[in-house]
Design a protein around this ligand. Structure first.
Ligand code: SAM
Length: 314
């Protein structure tokens, strides 16, 4: 959620007092620092125990409130706005000075597609978990199915942490991702590996010739794809995979989860999982010419949050 400072509702004044130093208060401070709307900014609430100044912002104890100039007081809370207003009145604040938020100041965060999201934080953190994820989930499937590794594709490879572990087993490996930065990183990471090629992908087209790929895997990326995106990407997989070629796809199982109701906006769900599940994958496979060989429902922080589908192009 984004909370807009109620610029239009605050009477003209040289200074302002924000009541509440929590998340909403911090958002207000950021907006006021950028806009420089007021020359003096005080922040106060019950939890501030000693006065301090950070840049232009003066944090003061609540019991100092009545000694401050009579600037408008903006309540940095939506849920507790009425309670805080009452509290301020009890402290002796004139009700005319109190400005509360209304629903128009609350804005839903935009619905990012996974390919427009900034994954840099993720790339940094994920590198620590490569081996354990590979050995626990992917390696047993490699041993069981003996996939044809002549022309492999890592779909949505990120900075290549899984490709690094698998490349030694592949005759040739194509890493694709929509992130230019991730692909540049992969290109230098695999500079010495002659069998690895890195290509920038587009959400609407994977850069590979029809029928040119023998095996596709995708790890911890399609978990954020909604039904429409998976449906579309599977039509691309169907185009580029040779007949009989397998794909191992790690995807979400959050739709109709027993512990929570998955939101349409993947970023609102636990571990940013999309509103998609194993049944959806079976449905898409049926209509796109894939046989589902097996599905492993797996835990990811939450029981049964994810699924690995092993599918084969027929
Ligand atoms: C959470 S990261 C996972 C990266 C990698 N598979 C790993 O395990 O480290 C998700 C990746 O998916 C990529 N991505 C998202 N949508 C994509 C799409 N439609 N086609 C290709 N890559 C995509 C992002 O750029 C990002 O690098």
């Amino acid at each position: 959620m984004f909370y807009l400072f109620p610029f239009g509702d605050v009477p003209k004044s040289e200074g302002v007092i924000i009541y509440g130093a929590g998340d909403i208060g911090q958002l207000f401070i950021q907006q006021l620092e950028v806009t420089r709307f007021f020359s003096t900014i005080y922040v106060t609430d019950k939890k501030i125990t000693s006065a301090k100044q950070e840049g232009a912002i003066k944090f003061v104890r609540e019991d100092a409130l009545l000694r401050l100039p009579a600037y408008p007081i903006i309540v940095a809370s939506l849920k507790f706005a009425d309670e805080i207003e009452l509290h301020l009145k009890k402290l002796g604040v004139n009700a005319n000075r109190v400005v509360k938020l209304n629903a128009n100041h609350v804005m839903e965060e935009g619905q990012y597609e996974p390919h427009t999201f900034d994954w840099n934080e993720y790339y940094k953190d994920a590198e620590e978990h490569n081996e354990v994820q590979f050995q626990t989930y992917l390696e047993p499937l490699m041993q069981k199915y003996h996939f044809n590794l002549s022309q492999v594709m890592d779909f949505a490879c990120g900075k290549g942490r899984i490709a690094d572990l698998l490349s030694g087993n592949c005759e040739s490996l194509i890493c694709v991702d929509t992130s230019q930065e991730a692909i540049s990183h992969c290109a230098s990471r695999f500079d010495e590996k002659e069998n690895v090629e890195c290509r920038i992908s587009k959400p609407e087209k994977i850069p590979a010739d029809s029928g040119s790929v023998s095996f596709i895997y995708s790890w911890d990326a399609m978990v954020h794809f909604d039904y429409k995106s998976v449906d579309y990407i599977l039509s691309e997989f169907s185009r580029i995979l040779s007949i009989g070629g397998y794909a191992v796809l790690h995807h979400s199982n959050a739709r109709e989860h027993q512990d929570f109701k998955a939101d349409k906006n993947w970023r609102k769900n636990p571990h940013c999982r999309s509103e998609f599940n194993a049944e959806d994958m079976r449905h898409i496979c049926r209509k796109s010419g894939f046989i589902v060989e097996e599905q492993q429902i797996m835990d990811w922080g939450i029981k049964a949050l994810d699924c690995i589908s092993v599918i084969r192009k027929c």
